[in-house]
Write a protein that binds this ligand. Structure first.
Ligand SMILES: NC(=O)c1ccc[n+]([C@@H]2O[C@H](COP(=O)([O-])OP(=O)(O)OC[C@H]3O[C@@H](n4cnc5c(N)ncnc54)[C@H](OP(=O)(O)O)[C@@H]3O)[C@@H](O)[C@H]2O)c1
Length: 262
């Protein structure tokens, strides 16, 4: 009988991270739920996973430091004794700026958490697998991207640069880590209000896509489970955004509808 696999979800306490934890648990996975500031929500997510009959280990860590990936990976191994079969890089910084205001500090902060740590988590998984041979295609890393990388506008400059780099990293890392680790991207569209966005603005903006309705967060999470369980996919990105990437806008969608965006 094969062992129950573990998934590591970064930023797993709330919003899409919580949906990811629940979707994997519903599909039979144990969950390593990483969080940073959202301790209370992490406990709620843990309780929800346990109620589904799966284990859920909470790991608190800042992902903004240079050694974050290594420390987090070691903590996962220590907690479970098993390698995660899937790592979902969901945690992300999303702070407003534009090209004229983006400082080196702002750019580097977005790149560290949104690009460097996710890529290094994938590399660590592959390094571990060199020493513990496993079936080719069994392990994977999923980088959560954004429909924006397929449908550019210049708002949220540092965030967008960090996600563009990660999107380019999907194919590169898939080549580099094959056949040890599969690497895929997952691009949601607008799913939750973010930053200064008002609820009124979100309700309107979340319908600016081909299907003219809000994207169902659980659908995005289920797509991650599909990638994790499909051993034939690597180097590609799934877009789960109601077709938002096909609706070109000059500005971020929150600035393109009435109601206060920022
Ligand atoms: N929201 C959307 O509409 C949307 C649209 C397109 C793409 N996406 C992408 O989908 C993913 C999830 O979106 P979301 O809105 O649910 O994310 P979010 O709420 O903006 O952030 C997810 C988590 O990232 C963690 N995080 C941020 N900085 C961290 C740090 N320095 N160290 C450790 N953890 C850190 C936070 O954990 P704690 O709360 O525990 O601190 C936070 O809860 C992201 O990758 C995002 O870019 C989202």
């Amino acid at each position: 009988m094969s062992e129950t696999p573990w998934v590591l979800v970064t930023g797993g306490a709330r919003r899409l991270g919580r949906e990811l934890c629940l979707a994997f648990a519903q599909s039979g996975w144990h969950v390593l739920c990483h969080y940073w500031q959202s301790g209370a929500q992490a406990l709620e997510t843990q309780a929800a996973v346990l109620a589904l009959g799966k284990k859920c280990v909470l790991i608190r860590q800042d992902l903004a430091s240079a050694d974050a990936a290594e420390v987090l990976f070691d903590a996962c191994l220590k907690e479970t004794g098993a390698l995660p079969k899937c790592v979902v890089n969901n945690a992300s910084v999303f702070e407003a700026d534009d090209a004229l205001t983006a400082s080196a500090e702002h750019l580097l902060a977005h790149l560290q958490t949104n690009t460097v740590t996710p890529l290094l988590l994938g590399n660590h998984l592959a390094r571990q697998l060199r020493e513990r041979p496993a079936a080719a295609g069994a392990h994977c890393v999923i980088h959560v991207l954004d429909q924006k990388v397929h449908n550019l506008n210049a708002d949220y400059f540092s965030y967008t640069v960090s996600k563009l780099a990660l999107e380019r990293g999907v194919a590169l890392q898939a080549q580099a880590l094959a056949p040890l680790v599969r690497v895929c991207g997952l691009s949601p569209g607008l799913i939750y209000p973010s930053g200064p966005q008002t609820q009124e603005n979100f309700v309107q903006a979340s319908q600016v896509n081909l299907l003219r309705r809000r994207i169902v967060p659980a659908d995005v999470a289920r797509a991650a489970v599909f990638v994790a369980e499909n051993g034939s996919m690597t180097g590609c990105t799934l877009q789960v955004d109601n077709g938002q990437h096909l609706v070109a806008l000059d500005r971020d969608v929150m600035f393109s509808v009435s109601g206060k965006g920022a």
